[in-house]
Design a protein around this ligand. Structure first.
Ligand SMILES: Cc1cc2nc3c(=O)[nH]c(=O)nc-3n(C[C@H](O)[C@H](O)[C@H](O)COP(=O)(O)OP(=O)(O)OC[C@H]3O[C@@H](n4cnc5c(N)ncnc54)[C@H](O)[C@@H]3O)c2cc1C
Length: 380
């Protein structure tokens, strides 16, 4: 059975209180205006939650991935893109902590823990989406420096960020995933090519940016030459994606229970109808299944155990729970749910991102199929 520790319960209470007080009341306006939640993220930085899983030696909180799941659920329940911004940033900082040198950790992590230096991930490209082997950005060693050429797209946090963790091919002939090296590149070195207007996740933009002959000193290389993509597969920070799904799915459920208990039609609350109550029960079942799967994947990752099976399940179940619950919430709110007066139309738009980002669910289903055949194969 999975149980949170007392410290994790305290973190959940503090994060929920913060999200309810500081995030949720501003969520509709930030979404409508497509405005970066800089102030909120600054406050998260003051609490060093933006460095939650970094070690205390570098200004972090020394937290686990289960702690990250706890925090991300609460933030996402209030405004999903706040959780995205924090998680993408922390993912970059984690790469610096895990694979950087002592000097690089000293240089970047204390400011990253406080969100004074903001990280963004430059991995995806036009031909490197769900399959990153199509990566075309190159890194060429010239003397003591590297010359970076190419583009990155969907760089969340870029517009308000400071450093992009760029993955580039140092040896395009090497069989992928070899021949990929990572660098921290200041945002000022890029040209912005496209800032997309998106269906959801509107407060935190994810633009397409170019690197044209950008010179990067070797002391900005994070990890070994040629081995950076292989190293990525040992990270488990991706648990933030299902955790974001759990947050939206829960918020959709809570709003639905509150609204249907109040809203009367035909002489009684619509929440008194069996047809509605059964649906609310299904919504709760999705939330709790998704949460347990996500905690289990994070707990296995924290213990250093193989969690490919559990993670794939969590990613698919939690992100689809978010879409289904948001859709149900809209239906059960009726017309008012279709307006921006309520949060539910945003839940649906934000949830829709999660099944296709962080690797589309089809790819995670491929993994799940593979691990299922490994795990359940018995001689009969
Ligand atoms: C708002 C937003 C923010 C993002 N933030 C970042 C970021 O900060 N940094 C970053 O590096 N990337 C980021 N991404 C990129 C994201 O991870 C990619 O969009 C994702 O990996 C999918 O790549 P793609 O969009 O090119 O889709 P494609 O790879 O072109 O896939 C398109 C569709 O094909 C189907 N498909 C793909 N593979 C399979 C398969 N194996 N089997 C069956 N069907 C399949 C799926 O339905 C999939 O949705 C972001 C994306 C978005 C939209």
């Amino acid at each position: 059975m999975f149980e949170l520790t007392d410290d994790q319960r305290a973190l959940r209470e503090a994060a929920r209180e913060f999200a309810e007080r500081e995030v949720r009341p501003r969520a509709i306006d930030l979404d409508r205006q497509g405005q970066y939640p800089a102030e909120i993220l600054g406050e998260l930085g003051d609490r060093r939650w933006t460095g939650l899983t970094l070690s205390e030696a570098y200004g972090g909180k020394g937290g686990s991935l289960v702690d990250l799941v706890v925090l991300v659920e609460e933030l996402s329940a209030a405004l999903m893109p706040v959780a995205s911004a924090l998680a993408l940033h922390l993912g970059v900082a984690t790469v610096v902590e895990r694979f950087g040198t002592g000097e690089q950790r000293e240089r970047w992590l204390p400011e990253m823990a406080r969100f004074e230096t903001v990280g963004a991930l430059g991995l995806s490209e036009e031909h490197a989406g769900s399959d990153k082997s199509g990566m075309e950005t190159t890194a060429t060693k010239v003397g003591d420096e590297w010359l970076l050429d190419g583009h990155k797209r969907w760089v969340t946090n870029y517009l308000d960020g400071d450093e992009v963790l760029v993955y580039a091919r140092d040896d395009p002939e090497a069989p992928f995933p070899d021949g990929v090296t990572a660098f921290l590149v200041p945002t000022a070195e890029f040209d912005v090519e496209e800032v997309w207007d998106t269906m959801g996740a509107r407060p935190v933009k994810s633009p397409k940016v170019r690197l044209d002959g950008v010179r990067v000193a070797d002391d900005r290389r994070i990890g070994p030459v040629g081995g950076a993509y292989r190293q990525r597969s040992t990270l488990s920070t991706g648990v933030n994606v299902p955790a974001r799904g759990v947050g939206i799915a829960r918020a959709a459920l809570e709003d639905t229970v509150a609204y249907t208990a109040e809203r009367e039609q035909g002489g009684s609350a619509i929440g008194d109808r069996q047809g509605v109550r059964w649906r609310a029960g299904e919504m709760a079942m999705r939330v709790e299944t998704a949460r347990l799967l996500t905690f289990r994947a994070a707990a296995l990752a924290d213990r250093g155990e193989d969690h490919r099976h559990e993670f794939a399940m969590a990613k698919v179940a939690a992100t689809e729970a978010a879409v289904e619950n948001a859709n149900e919430a809209m239906q059960l709110h009726g017309g008012i749910g279709y307006t921006t007066e309520k949060h539910v139309e945003r839940y649906l738009r934000d949830a829709r991102l999660l099944t296709l980002a962080g690797g589309p669910n089809e790819g995670h289903r491929d993994t799940l199929g593979e691990t299922t055949f490994e795990r359940y194969r018995r001689e009969r």
